[in-house]
Design a protein around this ligand. Structure first.
Ligand code: GTP
Ligand code: MG
Length: 252
């Protein structure tokens, strides 16, 4: 997690800082160490959110391309961190929290079309300062529940007075349709455990219906994009022809 390129003095300071934080001590969500850990995740989340907002502005201003509908962020609740460690059969230590849980900081990028999800994944993967640790394409292979999204686990650089620290963030990318389904499914399943098998099967069915709507919207968008490109090419050819005519006229 520590950047090797920092000077040795600073590196030592960062290693000390990391060792003080990430150790085999048992988590106490009320102590200062826990607050310091959460500060790391909050900082990483601010960094990635800013990066994504800048990307959003850049694409709009320079390419007239607006793939992102909205961005949201969230930090995992302390109780959920402990619960996840229990679920994974891991001792509730700061070390396990830092090393084994990837989604303490989470950012969700909701896009218009499936092609936008893939374009953004490519762009994020090309960011020089972000390290991608893991990717899961639940668009190509949806989960049994019907859930679809693209997940990236990334390490984001956070600048401290003493150097750079890399902190893990989960980046979820999905379409508006997938977001609609996931939000409602989450509410129905997690807030009410009494969902029946039949209702669960219906949720899978609804995910498939939303996916087919996503596909149909994409087909329309692709056709329009193609037409727009062709029109631009025709316009460019016309302009060239016009300027050639002008040249001939001036020669006469
Ligand atoms: P978690 O232990 O749930 O974090 O799963 P994981 O570490 O195996 O990662 P996975 O990629 O499966 O899921 C991570 C996150 O994706 C979850 O925290 C949810 O935000 C979302 N997610 C995954 N599966 C579902 C699902 O079936 N329904 C909904 N609504 N969200 C899901
Ligand atoms: Mg999770």
């Amino acid at each position: 997690m520590i950047e090797n390129e920092s000077t040795s003095d600073n590196n030592e300071y960062l290693i000390k800082m990391e060792n003080n934080l990430v150790n085999s001590e048992t988590i106490d969500i009320n102590d200062q160490n826990f607050q310091k850990m959460m500060f790391l995740y909050n900082s990483a989340l601010k960094e990635i959110k800013t990066k994504m907002e800048i990307l959003q502005d850049e694409l709009k201003i320079f390419s007239d391309y607006e793939p992102i509908e909205y961005i949201s962020t969230r930090i995992k609740k302390p109780e959920s961190i402990l619960e996840k460690l229990r679920r994974k059969n891991l001792a509730p230590t700061y070390g396990n929290m830092f090393q084994e849980i990837n989604d303490i900081a989470g950012i969700r990028i909701v896009c218009n079309f499936k092609k936008d999800v893939y374009r953004l994944v490519e762009i994020i993967e090309d960011f020089q300062d972000i390290r991608i640790l893991n990717r899961k394409d639940y668009l190509k292979k949806p989960k049994k529940s019907g859930y679809m999204s693209y997940h990236l686990i990334a390490e984001v650089p956070v600048n401290f007075s003493s150097g750079i620290m890399y902190v893990k963030v989960e980046i979820q990318l999905r379409t508006l349709g997938m977001d609609f389904w996931a939000s409602l499914e989450h509410k129905l399943k997690y807030k009410n455990a009494k969902i029946t098998k039949n209702e669960s099967n219906n949720l899978v069915k609804y995910a498939k219906i939303i996916n087919s709507i996503d596909e149909n919207m994409l087909t329309i968008s692709n056709r329009l994009e193609k037409e727009q490109k062709e029109n631009l090419m025709i316009e460019a050819a016309d302009t060239k022809e016009d300027s050639n005519k002008k040249k001939i006229f001036f020669k006469l």
